[in-house]
Design a protein around this ligand. Structure first.
Ligand SMILES: Cc1ncc(COP(=O)(O)O)c(C=O)c1O
Length: 302
């Protein structure tokens, strides 16, 4: 069995060494795309980001990504310094500068910018935000179903650091991932504060039981755009879908499990905590939903 698989694994592409990265208003060579050690993103994880994918000349679900970005920025009281059109133009200009037409992934990041002193207070960021877009040639290449391990790191309550925020500080998720790797798995399955199965450290999580698709209530997890698309696709295609609380017992006994995210769309899960899920391979519902999602992206981009 292939070792060390991640949910964001892509084919090697030498062109990614030559990419131009958007940094504060212009595309610059990768080696020059650097930020200050005083940057609030570097120093404190004080920023928000979006991951987007380019399919056949079209950034899939761009409006939803922009909605989420601006909502997150408002929540952390961060002025992006650009309006929606400005952010879109930055994305399009980065794409153009790199001559990319399809199979590309963008990480669009906004931090509170450089600080005048190396301390926490947000008022120390006085020269405006740092806006960066890393756009890479990217064909997901995940050679086998993902193995998950349940980890002790839980998805927290919204009044501490709302797990819905796509914040730069991802330490809780990173610790979950490290714990999963140390347990011999690829990614961490995270429970909510009540012990129900919630999400993984980098993707949303679904199970399939007797023809029904289950995912968490949506509390405590990232409000994933792919997650919502899968729920909508189920509803539109007569597939029973439930956002509900469920436990590890329900999960180990599932016929199928899969992850969702912009990068990998729908990624099958073969094993959780040493228990094989279904046949250990991609199940028919996951395959069907992958097909439906592919058609949806094609329609969106037509
Ligand atoms: C913790 C976490 N869950 C889920 C997702 C998937 O969200 P989306 O489908 O919008 O890419 C992400 C992606 O940013 C994430 O960081």
């Amino acid at each position: 069995m292939t070792e060390h698989v991640t949910t964001h694994q892509a084919e090697e592409d030498a062109r990614n060494e030559q990419i131009l990265i958007w940094l504060n208003g212009r595309p610059v060579p990768k080696a020059e795309a650097v930020v200050s050690v005083y940057d609030s993103g570097f120093m404190l994880g004080d920023g928000v980001w979006e991951g987007l994918r380019l399919y056949d000349g079209c950034w899939a679900f761009l409006d939803e990504h922009l909605d989420r970005l601006f909502e997150a920025a408002k929540a952390i009281d961060l002025d992006i310094g650009l309006d929606r059109e400005g952010v879109k133009n930055a994305l399009f200009e980065t794409q153009k500068a790199n001559g990319m037409t399809t199979d590309a992934h963008a990480r669009l990041m906004v931090t509170r910018g450089p600080k005048v002193r190396p301390f926490q207070h947000p008022s120390l960021s006085q020269s405006g935000p740092t806006v960066a877009i890393i756009m890479e040639h990217s064909k997901p290449s995940i050679p086998r179903p993902i193995r998950l391990a349940t980890v002790p790191h839980v998805r927290g309550l919204p009044m501490s650091q709302d797990p819905k925020l796509n914040s730069h500080s991802k330490l809780n998720c990173i610790l979950a991932c490290i714990a999963a790797e140390k347990a011999g798995a690829d990614e961490g399955l995270m429970l909510d504060v009540n012990g129900f199965v919630n999400t993984t450290n980098a993707c949303n999580f679904f199970i399939v039981r007797k023809g029904e698709v289950w995912t968490s209530t949506g509390d405590y997890c990232m409000n994933g755009i792919t997650r919502q698309k899968v729920i909508d696709l189920c509803r539109d295609n007569g597939i029973p879908v439930f956002e509900r609380n469920y436990s590890l017992v329900d999960t180990y006994g599932a016929d199928e499990a899969f992850l969702t995210g912009t990068f990998g769309a729908q990624t099958p899960v073969g094993e959780i905590d040493g228990r094989m899920i279904g046949t250990g391979q991609m199940g028919p519902m996951t395959e069907r939903l992958r097909g439906l999602y592919k058609d949806l992206v094609a329609r969106e981009c037509a």
